[in-house]
Design a protein. Structure first.
Lengths: 868, 315
C-alpha cells in the first residue's frame, strides 16, 4: 500500500496521533530528567549547606613513633597522591583534583599547653600546605625556619609562627613574643606575624576553624574558659615538628565538589566511602596509628536518600499513571486511525491482501505518525536540564512500541477473517462466569493489597514495588467495578424515563446503556487520569497545608521576636509604632526551677487570649486561658501532669496550680517539661519575647529592638517551600495534573469522534422520523454524559481515597517542614473542579459535535451508515 | 476434495463398495460451483441466527446466473461463502474443485487472489476513493505480487471505461465506477465473478451498461458469473435465475429461445436430494394450503391437494 497517500488521506487522525505521541514522549522523557535534575540540585544544596568539614573527606593519622613523623612537604604530597590513586571509582569524579579548591594538607598539634599558664592557654602548632594562598600578613612577617634556644638546660627548637590577628588581642599575645609549650619535651614558639584569612567565608576554613578563631572551652567543674589557638608555621618547621610528647596529627583534606554530585550515584558514593576507609586502613604502616577517614558524608547522604525515596515513590506513582494514561489515549487515537482505515483494509483483505499486508500497512501508517513524533519528543526532552536516566530512552520507545504494536495487533485481530462485520441484530449475552471470577479476584486482591499496605510497618529504602503496585491494582479494580456496575443505575433511569412522555431522555439513556464495549477504553483512560490527577491535587494540597501548619508551628505567631536580654518598655513601644504592626503581645520565656530541687522546666508567661487574637485564621490554635484555683493557674506539659499545685523558681518563687494539660505550645515547646503561665503571675515581668501581628518589615522590627532575633511565619514558609525537593514534588504534581486533565479531555473527544459515524447514522435516522436539531443535541449529550459522569465520580472517589489508602506508606514529612502530612484535608474544590470541568467539556464536545454533523445531509449520512 | 473416478480392474470388493458410495455422495458432479446442503449459522455469544439452512446449488463453468430472493433470505451469505470471505457451518461448498470448508487460511487467501472476483452494491466499498481507476485495478495484482503493466488498461478498455483510467473514483459516474469495480474483480484472471446487487444503486440505462460489462466478461473471458439482484432487467436477461427463500433454493427459472425466436421463461420448483420441495407461497395461499397436503402419484406427475375437511381423513 502507498503509505504516503494513506497518511495524506487520514491526515486528521495522523495529526492527532502525532500530537499525542509528541506530548507523551516529551513528558515521559522530560519529567524524569527534570525530577532527577532537581534531586541532584537538592543533593548539591544539602552538600553545600553542610559544613565542609562534614561533607569533605579527611584522611587523618596520628603518628605514635618518630619513624612515622613526616618532616617534608614531599612526604605529604606523596601520600596525597596515593590517597587519590586508591580512591574508589565512585568517589573519583566527586573529589576535587589535587592543588585546587579547598584541598590541602595540614599538620596540627592539639591541646598543647603554654608552659606556666596552669592549663588555661593552649597554643597548638600548625602547618598548612597552602598557607601562602590563604592568609595575608597584617603585622610582622610570615614565619621562617625554626631556630633553637636554651630552656632549663636543654636546647629546644623555636618555631617561628604566625597567629590570627583576632587571637593576638584575645589571648594577649605580642609580636616577637616567645612562648614555651608542652609539659615535657618542650618546644618554643616565636610569634613573628599576625595574619587574617584572605577569605574567611571560604569553605576551606571550615577545616581550620582552630586556626582562624580562638576556641573557648569550659572544662567540667571549672569556672574559667580555656583558650585554644592553633598557630601557623612554614615548611621548614615540619623538619623539626615531631610527635613525641604531643598530640600531633596529619590531615589530608580531599574536598567534595558538590556540583558533581548526583542523586543517582549517592548509594555508590556511600559504598565508595566505606571502601575508601577500608583501603586507607590497609595503607597504614602500623596498627597503632592507622590512617582514618573522617567524614560526615554518609550521614548527609543517608538523610538525603531517606527524603528522596518518598519523593521518588510519589513521583514514579504519578509518572506511571501519566504514562499509562498517555498510552491509553494514544491507543484510543490508534483506534481512531484504525477505524478510519477499516474500509480500505477490509477491501484490501477481501481482494486478496494477506494478514501480514493488512496489519503491516496499519502498523506502518501508525509508525509514520508516531516514530517522528516520538523522536521529536525525545529530542525536545534534551532541552530539559537533568541527567539522562534509562527511562528517558525507554519511555518514548515504550510509547512508540505500544502504538505500533497495538495498531498491528488490532488490525490483525479485526481482519483475521476477511469478512469482519458482526451482525448488529445479535445482542451480547451475559459475561461468562470465568470473567466475573477473574474480575472479582482483581478487586479482592486490590483491596487486600491496600489493607496490607496500611497495616504493615516496614520502611524500606529505595523504590517500593508494592507501594507502586497497589494503586495500579486499585485503579484497575475501580475501573472494573465501574464498567460492570454503571449500566445498573442507568437501567433504572431508563425505566423511569420510559414512563415519561419525553422521547429524548429515554432514547439517549437507552443508547448509553447499550453502548458497545468500545466504551471500555475511555473508561480505562478517564478513570486513572482523574484518579491520578485528583491524587496529585490532594497530595499537593496536603503538602501545602502541612507546610503552612509547619511554618505556624515553628514561629507560633505571624512574627516572633526573641531576645537574650530583656526588651525594655520603650523598645516594645517602638515595635508597636512600627508601620504595619497591628498587635503586639509581650511574653517572657525562661528556664525555671521546679520545686526546690535540680528539676528544671521551660516556661512561658504570656497573655493567652491576646496571643489567640494574633492567630486569626492560622491553622494552629492555643489552649484556653487557664482559670481559677489557688495560686497561679498554669497549663503544664504531659510530663508535669498530676502534680497539682507546686512552686517554681522564676526570678521569685511562684506558686502554680495545674489548670490543664497542653501537648504543645506552638512556636515554643513540643516536648519535654514546660508550662504556660499568665504574664501577670510574675511580679516584675522581664519581657524577652514579642509576638507581633501585622505586615511589618522584619528589618524595621529588628532595628526597633536591636537585641532581638526576628522570625516571621512567611519567611519560614518560604524557606520550606523553596527547598529544591519540595519545589520539584509540587511542580511535578502540578504538571502531571494538568497533563492528565488534558489527556482526559482528548480521550473524551477522541471517543466522541470514534462513535461519530454510528451516532450520525442513528441521528439521521431519528431526524427522518422527526427529531429536531435541539432534540438531537440533547440526545447526544444524554448518550455521552452517563459514562463520563460515572467515570468522573469513580475517578474522583478513587483519587480522594488513594492518599488515605497509601497514607502510612508514603511519608511526605520531609517536604512539609518535617511535619507528617497526615490529615489530607478533603478540600474538594480542586478535585471536584477537575471532574466537573471534564464532564462539562465532554458535554460541550458532544453538543458541538452534533451541531457540526447537522451540516451533513441526511441522505449522505444514511448511505454512509448503511453498509450491509 | 473431489473423488477421482480412477477405477482399476484389480480393486477389491470393499474398495469397490467404498468407491460406489463415494460416487453417490458426489452431488453435482464436476460442476464449477457445487453447494450441497449448505448451512451457515451466525453465533454471537450464545445466540444463533440461521442464515442458510440446507441450500443446494449447482452452477456449470461459464454460466451466467442470477440469484433472487427477498431481503434476509440468505443471498448475501451465500455470496460471501462463495467468495471465500465467510466459512459455512456445515454442508458442502466447492468452487473450481476447491472445498471451501476445508481450506486453510493460506488456501483461502490464494483462492481470493486467483479464483474469485467480486463486486458489491456500494461503489464506496468496491473502490478506494483516493486511488484512480488504474491504481484500483492494479491493487489486487500488487497484493498478489503479480503486477502487469498492460492488464489494467486492457481490462478497462474491454469494459468501456478506458478513458477513466487516470480519474479518481469521485470523478466518475456510478455506472463507470461499477464497471471499474468489475475490472478490479477481473484483475487477477479469476474463474468466477460474484456480484452483489451490482446495479442496485443505478438507473436503468446505467444498469444496462454494467450488466453488459458483466456479460462481456462472461463471454469474452469465459468467466462464470453469479449475480445477486433485485433488478428484473438483470434477472430477466440471464439464462437461469435461482430463487432463494428462507435460506434454501426454492425455485429456478430457465429461459430458452422459443421456436419463433421469442424468449420462453419456465419456472421450476427445486427438488432437493431428499425429496423436499418448496411450494410457491401464492400457490399455497390460493388453495388455502397449510400444515399438510395430500399427494397423489400419477403416471407422469404428482398431484398436490389441500387436506380434506373431514376429521376421519386426518388419520
Amino acid at each position: 500500500m502507498r503509505i504516503a497517500l494513506l497518511s495524506r488521506t487520514h491526515a486528521g487522525a495522523m495529526g492527532v496521533l502525532f500530537g499525542l505521541t509528541l506530548s507523551a514522549c516529551l513528558l515521559v522523557a522530560a519529567l524524569p530528567r527534570a525530577m532527577q535534575g532537581s534531586f541532584d540540585a537538592a543533593l548539591r544544596q544539602s552538600l553545600r549547606a553542610a559544613p565542609a568539614v562534614q561533607a569533605d573527606l579527611t584522611v587523618t593519622v596520628a603518628p605514635t613513633r618518630p619513624a612515622e613523623d613526616l618532616h617534608e612537604r614531599g612526604q605529604f604530597t606523596t601520600r596525597d597522591d596515593r590517597w587519590r590513586e586508591i580512591l574508589p571509582p565512585a568517589l573519583r569524579p566527586l573529589v576535587v583534583p589535587a592543588g585546587s579548591g579547598a584541598g590541602h594538607m595540614s599538620a596540627k598539634t592539639e591541646l598543647t599547653p603554654v608552659q606556666g599558664t596552669g592549663g588555661q592557654t593552649y597554643i597548638n602548632l600548625g602547618w598548612l600546605s597552602d598557607m601562602d594562598r590563604r592568609v595575608d600578613w597584617v603585622r610582622g612577617h610570615a614565619p621562617g625556619a625554626p631556630g633553637t634556644m636554651r630552656w632549663e638546660g636543654d636546647s629546644i627548637p623555636v618555631f617561628e609562627v604566625g597567629v590570627v590577628d583576632e587571637a593576638m588581642s584575645d589571648m594577649n599575645l605580642q609580636l616577637d613574643q616567645v612562648k614555651v609549650l608542652g609539659e615535657d619535651h618542650y618546644v618554643a614558639v616565636k610569634i613573628v606575624g599576625a595574619f587574617k584569612a584572605k577569605d574567611p567565608s571560604d569553605r576551606y576554613w571550615s577545616h581550620n576553624q582552630d586556626i582562624l578563631h580562638v576556641s573557648r572551652l569550659l572544662p567540667p567543674g571549672k569556672q574559667e574558659f580555656e583558650k585554644h589557638i592553633t598557630t601557623l608555621m612554614a615548611d621548614p618547621g615540619l623538619a623539626v615538628l615531631d610527635s613525641f610528647g604531643r598530640n600531633l596529627s596529619y590531615n589530608w583534606v580531599l574536598p567534595i565538589n558538590a556540583a558533581r554530585a548526583s542523586a543517582l550515584a549517592a548509594p555508590d558514593v556511600d559504598a565508595g566511602i566505606t571502601e575508601f576507609a577500608r583501603l586507607l586502613t590497609l595503607q597504614s604502616t602500623s596498627s597503632a596509628a592507622p590512617y582514618r577517614l573522617l567524614t560526615g558524608l554518609p550521614k548527609l547522604l543517608d538523610d538525603f536518600l531517606a527524603a528522596l525515596t518518598t519523593a521518588q515513590t510519589v513521583m514514579y506513582l504519578v509518572l506511571g499513571g501519566l504514562l499509562a494514561v498517555a498510552i491509553g489515549v494514544i491507543v484510543l487515537a490508534v483506534q481512531l486511525l484504525a477505524d478510519r482505515l477499516d474500509g480500505t483494509l477490509a477491501l484490501v483483505r477481501a481482494r486478496g491482501g494477506s494478514l501480514r499486508q493488512v496489519a503491516g500497512t496499519g502498523a506502518a501508517l501508525t509508525a509514520v505518525a508516531v516514530v517522528p513524533a516520538g523522536l521529536a519528543g525525545y529530542a525536545l526532552s534534551a532541552l530539559v536540564p537533568g541527567p539522562v536516566l534509562p527511562i528517558v530512552h525507554l519511555g518514548p520507545a515504550l510509547v512508540v512500541g505500544c502504538a505500533v504494536g497495538f495498531a498491528a495487533a488490532r488490525l490483525a485481530l479485526t481482519h483475521r477473517t476477511p469478512l469482519h462485520e458482526r451482525r448488529g441484530d445479535v445482542t451480547a449475552a451475559r459475561p461468562s462466569a470465568k470473567r466475573v471470577t477473574l474480575e472479582v479476584l482483581v478487586v479482592v486482591l486490590a483491596l487486600a493489597g491496600a489493607y496490607l499496605l496500611r497495616t504493615r510497618d516496614v520502611t524500606s529504602r529505595g523504590l517500593d514495588p508494592f507501594l507502586l503496585l497497589v494503586p495500579v491494582a486499585l485503579t484497575l479494580a475501580a475501573a472494573l467495578v465501574t464498567l460492570r456496575c454503571y449500566p445498573y443505575p442507568l437501567r433504572l433511569l431508563v425505566r423511569l424515563t420510559s414512563r415519561g412522555r419525553a422521547a429524548v431522555p429515554f432514547l439517549g439513556l437507552t443508547r448509553a446503556a447499550r453502548a458497545r464495549s468500545a466504551a471500555v477504553l475511555p473508561v480505562l483512560i478517564l478513570l486513572p487520569a482523574l484518579a491520578v490527577s485528583v491524587f496529585a491535587a490532594v497530595v499537593s494540597d496536603g503538602i501545602a497545608s502541612t507546610q503552612r501548619l509547619a511554618s505556624w508551628q515553628t514561629v507560633g505567631a505571624p512574627i516572633r521576636m526573641t531576645s537574650e536580654i530583656e526588651i525594655p518598655a520603650d523598645a516594645i513601644e517602638r515595635v508597636r509604632r512600627t508601620p504595619g504592626v497591628e498587635q503586639v503581645v509581650p511574653a517572657q520565656t525562661g528556664r525555671v526551677q521546679v520545686g526546690f530541687g535540680a528539676e528544671r522546666a521551660e516556661a512561658i508567661a504570656v497573655d493567652l487570649a491576646g496571643w489567640q487574637r494574633l492567630l486569626d485564621g492560622a491553622p494552629i490554635s492555643l489552649p484556653a486561658e487557664p482559670a481559677g484555683g489557688a495560686g497561679t493557674p498554669a497549663l503544664v506539659s504531659p510530663e508535669l501532669r498530676g502534680r497539682g499545685a507546686f512552686e517554681i523558681g522564676w526570678q521569685s518563687r511562684v506558686k502554680v496550680a495545674t489548670a490543664g494539660v497542653v501537648d504543645v505550645v506552638p512556636g515554643f515547646y513540643t516536648k519535654g517539661k514546660f508550662l504556660v503561665l499568665p504574664l501577670e503571675a510574675l511580679t516584675r515581668p522581664a519581657v524577652n519575647t514579642l509576638l507581633v501581628k501585622g505586615d511589618a518589615d522584619p528589618a524595621a522590627l529588628a532595628e526597633a529592638v536591636p537585641s532581638a532575633r526576628v522570625e516571621s511565619q512567611r519567611a519560614v514558609l518560604d524557606a520550606i517551600q523553596s527547598d529544591p525537593l519540595t519545589a520539584t514534588v509540587r511542580t511535578t504534581l502540578l504538571v502531571v495534573t494538568v497533563a492528565l486533565a488534558g489527556y482526559a479531555l482528548v480521550a473524551v473527544i477522541v471517543s466522541l469522534v470514534l462513535g461519530a459515524a454510528d451516532r450520525a447514522g442513528a441521528l439521521a435516522f431519528l431526524r427522518a422520523l422527526g427529531l429536531s436539531d435541539r432534540q438531537a443535541r440533547r440526545l447526544t449529550v444524554l448518550e455521552i454524559l452517563p459514562m463520563i459522569v460515572m467515570t468522573a465520580l469513580a475517578g474522583l472517589g478513587l483519587g480522594l481515597a488513594l492518599p488515605a489508602a497509601l497514607g502510612p506508606g508514603v511519608d511526605l514529612s520531609s517536604y512539609a517542614g518535617d511535619l507528617p502530612v497526615s490529615a489530607y484535608a478533603l478540600d474538594p474544590l480542586t478535585p471536584t473542579a477537575l471532574a466537573a470541568g471534564l464532564a462539562a467539556v465532554a458535554a460541550l464536545g458532544a453538543y458541538a459535535h452534533t451541531a457540526i454533523s447537522r451540516r451533513r445531509s441526511l441522505g449522505a449520512v444514511l448511505r454512509v451508515g448503511d453498509l450491509t | 476434495m473431489n473423488p477421482t473416478p480412477n477405477l482399476t480392474p484389480d480393486l477389491t470388493l470393499s474398495e469397490l463398495e467404498a468407491e460406489a458410495t463415494r460416487k453417490k455422495a458426489a452431488f453435482g458432479g464436476d460442476a464449477h460451483i457445487v453447494c450441497d446442503n449448505l448451512v451457515r449459522i451466525y453465533k454471537t455469544e450464545g445466540v444463533e441466527v440461521v442464515a442458510l439452512q440446507g441450500l443446494d446449488l449447482v452452477v456449470d463453468k461459464g454460466e451466467l446466473i442470477a440469484v433472487v430472493g427477498a431481503s434476509g433470505s440468505g443471498k448475501s451469505t451465500l455470496l460471501n461463502i462463495l467468495s471465500g470471505l465467510d466459512v459455512p457451518t456445515a454442508g458442502l461448498a466447492r468452487v473450481a474443485g476447491m472445498d471451501l470448508l476445508s481450506m486453510t487460511a493460506k488456501d483461502r487467501l490464494r483462492y481470493r487472489r486467483s479464483v474469485v472476483g467480486f463486486i458489491w452494491q456500494q461503489t464506496a466499498r468496491n473502490l478506494l476513493p483516493y486511488l484512480n481507476a488504474r491504481e484500483n485495478v492494479e491493487l489486487p495484482m500488487k497484493l498478489a505480487g503479480r503486477a502487469r503493466g498492460q492488464r489494467a488498461s486492457e481490462l478497462l478498455d474491454m469494459l468501456g471505461v478506458g478513458d477513466c483510467a487516470g480519474r479518481r473514483i469521485p470523478e466518475m459516474s456510478g455506472g463507470e465506477q461499477q464497471r471499474v469495480a468489475i475490472a478490479v474483480a477481473l484483475a487477477n484472471e479469476p474463474q468466477l465473478i460474484l456480484a452483489d446487487e451490482p446495479t442496485g444503486e443505478l438507473d436503468s440505462e446505467t444498469s444496462g451498461q454494467v450488466f453488459d460489462a458483466l456479460r462481456t466478461a462472461n463471454r469474452e473471458l469465459g468467466v462464470t458469473v453469479v449475480i445477486v439482484t433485485h433488478d428484473p432487467l438483470v434477472s430477466e436477461q440471464v439464462d437461469r435465475t435461482v430463487g432463494i427463500r428462507d435460506g434454501r433454493t426454492s425455485s429456478e427459472t430457465l429461459r430458452r429461445e422459443g421456436a419463433e425466436g421469442e424468449i420462453v421463461a419456465e419456472e421450476y420448483a427445486v427438488l432437493d436430494r431428499v425429496g423436499r420441495l418448496q411450494l410457491p407461497r401464492d400457490f399455497m395461499n390460493a388453495l388455502n394450503m397449510e400444515r399438510r397436503v395430500r399427494l397423489e402419484l400419477e403416471s407422469d406427475h404428482i398431484g398436490v391437494w389441500p387436506a380434506r375437511e373431514e376429521p376421519s381423513d386426518e388419520q
